[in-house]
Ligand binder design. Structure first.
Ligand code: ADP
Ligand code: MG
Length: 717
């Protein structure tokens, strides 16, 4: 068999990487400045300060052994591998390498004394280590634990360690706050930044690896405090910077202004806001009224509003957006409403038309897929200012779109937009030194600790109440084997004149497979639902991501108008779609969906007065049971309808890192602190930040630059 030439994994004794490649790899890690290198802290540590006798090593221990090579062979069964036996005088251990360089083979020649480090496996055939790191024996044992740094392909630990230590030696590390400032939290946490960093890069062997690994060591406390302080400072700075920006004053007009005093006979013209409230087919809930008042107060101030409006699915955020738009339009300015998907944008457009057109407002519509002529016409309406309201997808922030005088931007389902897009929106809309007011809406409530740290720059309004007359959705978790019963239930609902959603999962690996799956389900349901009691054919529609925008719209329209009883769809209906007559939702392979996604989907039913249900069909596939996490998600869905509770459980299941999703792309994540565990440090940072900024602005600026460098911009998005 010819020797394979495919590359071997980077070994300890790998050839030095050329300078430029190292530089590139360092940049990939975001390590540009000395301080970045100094703050690049170990992921974990290896203890190479000790040699363990094989006799004393237990199965599963990661240890360093030293001994003589007694055998070194290339074996071909079951696959090509280098098999090396080491004898340390107490016992022997087999080292296996599935890929190796000839130079490594030489270093492991029979008779050589080596040190090898890896996890010991017991095994029927004696002790083994798989791909241990090794080098020749001799020389002093290191006196410190060996740090292992996060790295990228092509940058080995040895080179990286050298760069990091060099950066640490050069970096300016004078303290921005005194060690004693932390004493209220932990009296042992009295470390300076320099001491803490030096220690974490070369910890003395007497320290407990556990305290280092779980970040509870006082040196870590200092760093976590530093990191949280940087985050709080940067948000505080951006909040203050915003306070110095100007925005159009959108004051609510009082009714008297519209009643011409000298013409008592003239019809009384009411402000748009008041008229809209009066013509709505429902009464605003107390929660809606409260958040409207909060928004109105922001809009009449000459500084840009940055407000997050959170409210569970179905809580009625859209009408709040319309009312905010009404205030803006009445003041003589334009408003933009942006949604993440075309279906959602179109639905908003129709709603806005329905509410505002009778009151004389011209609304423009922008999407990436519209015809050039229509688009040009829309652009003109926007540029001339004739369109007071613009509704659309990302198309709203494209180059060509020129507003006459935009004063308010509303972003629906803001978590669907990345940080970069939100920044683009703000930058685009800023002109003449004026920024627009921003209202961001989300159905994914942000847990308190996250709100305190990541969204500290935002003001938050919460709709904590659903419109009256909704019956809670009953959620059932049902095994795939009971599909027939579910179909019978669909029959039932249709017979009562209700409509049904059937959601097929998105199959990540393959859009084609995805489509097949949805198409098959569609055919199956169509066949199963024919011959209904009243003799009429049941209309089953299909909606998937590959369809042209127009087709999608036609299907949605048919469903919305009730001409279609069942809608089979991939997750394109996930956000915002509003068909109050739909009373049953079936989610197939519910175990594959994320928790907040399931909750969003379920929110498509239960929008009217009829009792609604959600059936979560699951399948364990070849496995005997669902994974722990999948079960936790389905259980949460069955147990609660409350979006806040769902978000809390989601955070438990996934952890804050994943919870934030798109936000991660802004690299704004905390690297060291853990919001759940480090609440005391977070509280400290929240108190410390304004004090530092007020009393020592230069130190505050230095602190933020040190920690965030060029990344602080992202924190403001
Ligand atoms: P979401 O907050 O999920 O975006 P929507 O704005 O789509 O919710 O509202 C859900 C449904 O509730 C819509 O049909 C909307 O017209 C209706 N709605 C909103 N506010 C009220 C209210 N105060 N009373 C009754 N129905 C309302
Ligand atoms: Mg909505």
């Amino acid at each position: 068999m010819p020797h394979s030439t495919r590359s071997a994994p980077a070994a300890k004794a790998s050839a030095p990487v050329p300078k430029s490649a190292t530089q590139k790899a360092l940049e990939k890690l975001g390590l540009k400045r000395d301080i970045d290198l100094a703050l690049h802290l170990p992921l974990r540590y290896e203890d190479e300060t000790r040699i363990t006798k094989l006799r004393d090593a237990r199965e599963g221990d990661t240890v360093q052994i030293e001994g003589r090579v007694t055998e070194c062979d290339v074996s071909f069964r079951p696959r090509r591998q280098l098999v090396v036996t080491v004898d340390d005088g107490t016992e022997t251990c087999t080292l296996r390498f599935f890929s190796f360089y000839p130079s490594q083979q030489k270093a492991l020649a029979v008779g050589n004394r080596i040190r090898a480090r890896g996890e010991v496996k017991g095994g029927f055939l004696g002790r083994t280590m798989l791909h241990p790191s090794f080098h020749s024996a001799g020389g002093d044992l290191p006196t410190a634990l060996t740090p292992i740094y996060p790295t990228v392909a092509g940058l080995g630990q040895t080179v990286l360690r050298k760069e990091v230590l060099a950066g640490l030696a050069r970096a300016e590390l004078s303290d921005t706050f005194a060690p004693g400032d932390l004493s209220q939290i932990n009296h042992q946490a009295l470390w300076t930044l320099r001491e803490a960093l030096s220690f974490l890069h070369h910890p003395t062997p007497d320290v407990s690896i556990d305290a280092l690994q779980d970040h509870s060591h006082p040196a870590w406390q200092r760093l976590k405090a530093e990191e949280l302080l940087a985050q709080q400072l940067s948000q505080l700075m951006s909040r203050r910077a915003r306070a110095s920006l100007r925005a159009p004053v959108l004051a609510m007009v009082s009714p008297e202004v519209f009643a011409p005093a000298n013409e008592p006979e003239a019809p009384v013209l009411l402000p748009l806001y008041t008229e809209l409230v009066a013509t709505l087919p429902f009464k605003l809930t107390a929660a809606q009224q409260r958040v409207c008042a909060e928004i109105a107060r922001d809009l009449e101030r000459p500084v840009p509003m940055h407000r997050l409006l959170q409210g569970d699915v179905g809580s009625g955020k859209t009408v709040v957006a319309a009312l905010a738009a009404a205030i803006c339009i009445d003041a003589g300015w334009q408003c933009a409403l942006m949604a993440p998907t075309e279906i959602l944008a179109e639905q908003h457009f129709r709603k806005m038309l329905g509410w505002l057109e009778p009151l004389g407002v011209t609304t423009a519509w922008l999407t990436g897929t519209q015809k050039a002529r229509e688009r040009r016409a829309m652009l003109e309406l926007i540029e001339s200012g004739e369109a007071a309201l613009v509704v659309g997808t990302h198309a709203v922030i494209q180059e060509k779109v020129q507003f006459k005088n935009l004063a308010l931007a509303v972003i629906d389902e803001q978590h669907r937009f990345g940080v970069a897009q939100r920044l683009a929106l703000r930058n685009k809309l800023t002109h003449d030194g004026m920024e627009p007011h921003m209202l961001m809406m989300t159905a994914t409530p942000i847990p308190r600790t996250l709100a305190m740290s990541y969204y500290a720059d935002l003001d938050v309004s919460t709709i904590d109440q659903l419109p009256p007359g909704r019956t809670p959705i009953v959620t059932k978790v049902v095994n795939e084997s009971r599909r027939d019963e579910v179909i019978a239930r669909i029959h039932d609902q249709i017979a009562q004149g209700r409509q049904v959603y059937w959601v097929c999962p998105l199959i990540e690996e393959s859009e084609a497979l995805d489509l097949t799956n949805a198409t098959q389900t569609h055919a199956e349901l169509q066949a199963a639902l024919q011959g209904p009691a009243d003799g009429q054919a049941v209309q089953v529609g299909l909606l998937h991501s590959r369809m042209a925008a127009q087709e999608k719209q036609a299907v949605m329209a048919a469903f919305k108008e009730g001409r279609m009883a069942v809608l089979v769809s991939t997750t394109v209906i996930e956000v915002g779609v509003d068909v109050p007559n739909a009373s049953l939702m079936v989610i197939e392979h519910a175990e594959r969906f994320g928790l907040s996604q399931l909750h969003q989907l379920r929110g498509r039913v239960g929008r009217g007065a009829a009792a609604s249900a959600c059936v979560l069909l699951y399948s364990t596939g070849d496995a005997p049971r669902l994974s722990e996490a999948a079960r936790a998600r389905l259980r949460a869905m069955a147990e609660t309808n409350d979006g806040f509770e769902i978000a809390r459980r989601d955070l438990d299941i996934r952890g804050p890192g994943e919870f934030l999703g798109a936000r991660q792309s802004g690299d704004a994540m905390l690297r060291f602190a853990d919001l759940d565990r480090d609440t005391e440090l977070l509280q400290w940072a929240r108190k410390e930040a304004p004090m530092l900024l007020d009393q020592h602005p230069a130190l505050a600026a230095k602190h933020v630059t040190r920690w965030l460098g060029g990344k602080s911009e992202f924190l403001k998005a």
